[in-house]
Structures are given as structure tokens and as C-alpha cells.
Design a protein around this ligand. Structure first.
Ligand SMILES: [Zn+2]
Length: 54
């Protein structure tokens, strides 16, 4: 699916419901009722950004 942040289709699947956007460098997790968005730090840790309701 397209990135919920920037709309890019340059996304790679990194988990069962987890994707990484190469354009804005975020990871997002698709859940049935929401999409959780994470910013990826240089050291690989994730910071939760706001979720986007469907
Ligand atoms: Zn993006």
C-alpha cells in the first residue's frame, strides 16, 4: 500500500503488517482500525508519531 505520510509507493515490507517508506524514511504498521507511524532514528530505534485513523 502507498505511504500514509507522503503517498509514495516506494515502500518495502519489513514485517507482517509493517512497511518502510524510502521517500520519507518512516515505518508504519497497518492495523485493522488504525495506521501507526514511526520515525526511524539513525541508530535504528523507532519514535512513534501520531496514528492516522482510517
Ligand atoms: Zn512516505
Amino acid at each position: 500500500m502507498a505511504c500514509p505520510v507522503c503517498g509514495s509507493r516506494e515502500v518495502g515490507k519489513v514485517g507482517a503488517r509493517q512497511y518502510y517508506c524510502h521517500d520519507c524514511c518512516v515505518e508504519y504498521v497497518v492495523r485493522p482500525d488504525e495506521i501507526l507511524i514511526y520515525q526511524v532514528n539513525a541508530d535504528g530505534t523507532l519514535i512513534a508519531l501520531e496514528g492516522a485513523a482510517h
